[in-house]
Design a protein around this ligand. Structure first.
Ligand code: UT7
Length: 323
């Protein structure tokens, strides 16, 4: 028997305010046409009053618990992947713990920017496989609208806010690729690329700062690194692209999503795409896509999924799991 971290619930929260591309035409030299053609984005949600990284994360967590038929008290740990925690500290995860009325177990954040959810899944998996926890909420939640420079058209049209959550539970498997749960992980980072995507504020500046990105440089790294990490994870899981039911990629740019699928040899019919409706929600994009893909009836129990992401650092990685 082999211990596996199996998805028993999924949920998400999107802010009430929806902003169409056309809204940016009023304040910037940009167009709906440019944004759609270069990124595939049509609209995004922006957090408003009362909507914070922690409140959205808690709402997504509640939805995942409800689907699993579990209470907050059944959870041993909470991990939030985020680069936009509401305060420098405490962690968004402890705020979620408090929002859920939980005073037991432990909670912490993981910060690997857009790859954060993949890093969080890998860490949650390790906690489960080592026997330290039985049930863990893994959440991706972001309010990137609060680190946007609204005068920078090359970044502010690309990002959005939201949260998604999975409940992972320890279950016994056979140790084969037929098992439900996380089958393999692959994590990477290369800090020499720090200047390609960063926020120009923090404790060293005494400001929150704004996101800065050399988008076309990040783009150059993306397809190659995403396909390589997905390939590594699939090899570790003992599966091939032909076995994959769904690629659930980080939703940054439709051209990166298409290029990666092509390199992997997976049809776009087997890719969950939400970038048109959410924009790039950084660490929230994969759990949002998993939740929306499940709600659409695309992702079903037993499906083999590869999920991959790249972001600031650079940091990138992939996870293969059977739903
Ligand atoms: O999630 C974390 C990882 N991040 C990513 O994966 C993002 C990766 N990068 C991208 O998605 C794309 O590089 C972008 C969508 C950011 C940009 O697309 P691109 O095809 O790489 O365009 P570019 O940056 O090379 O810019 C092309 C032109 C430039 O004008 P010139 O220099 O050719 O005259 C930009 O100034 O488009 C201009 N431009 C815009 N024009 C209208 C940049 N932003 C805009 C805009 N509206 N919003």
């Amino acid at each position: 028997m082999t211990l596996r971290a199996v998805v028993s619930g999924v949920g998400h929260y999107l802010p009430r305010r929806v902003v169409e591309n056309a809204e940016f035409e009023e304040s910037l030299e940009t167009s709906d046409e440019w944004i759609r053609a270069r990124s595939g984005i049509e609209r995004r949600h922006f957090a408003g009053e009362g909507e914070t990284t922690a409140t959205m994360a808690a709402a997504a967590a509640r939805a995942a618990l409800e689907m699993a038929g579990k209470e907050a008290g059944d959870v041993d740990a909470i991990i939030v992947a985020t680069s936009t925690a509401d305060l420098t500290f405490p962690s968004a995860a402890t705020m979620v713990q408090s929002e859920l009325g939980l005073r037991t177990g432990f909670a912490f954040d993981i910060q690997a920017v857009c790859a954060g959810f993949v890093f969080a899944l890998a860490n949650a998996n390790a906690l489960i496989l080592s026997g330290q926890v039985k049930r863990v909420l893994v959440i991706g939640a972001e309010t990137f609208s609060r680190i946007m420079d609204w005068t920078d058209r090359s970044t502010c049209v690309l990002f959005g806010d939201g949260a998604g959550a999975l409940l992972l539970e320890a279950q016994e498997g056979d140790g084969t690729a037929a098992d439900r749960g996380i089958l393999s992980t692959d994590l990477n980072s290369d800090g020499t690329h720090r200047d390609l995507l960063y926020v120009d504020g923090g404790v060293s500046t005494g400001t929150t700062g704004y996101l800065r990105m050399q988008g076309n440089q990040v783009f150059r790294h993306a397809v190659e690194k995403l396909a390589a990490t997905a390939d590594t994870a699939m090899t570790r899981a003992g599966v091939t692209a032909a076995d994959i039911d769904w690629v659930v990629p980080h939703q940054a740019n439709i051209r990166i999503i298409q290029g990666t699928a092509k390199k992997l040899g997976v049809s776009m019919d087997n890719v969950v795409v939400t970038v048109q409706d959410h924009g790039n929600t950084s660490a929230a994009s994969i759990p949002l896509a998993l939740s929306v893909g499940h709600a659409r009836g695309q992702i079903k129990q037993g499906d083999l999924i590869v999920t991959e992401a790249i972001g600031g650092g650079l940091a990138w990685g992939a996870v293969v799991l059977r739903w």
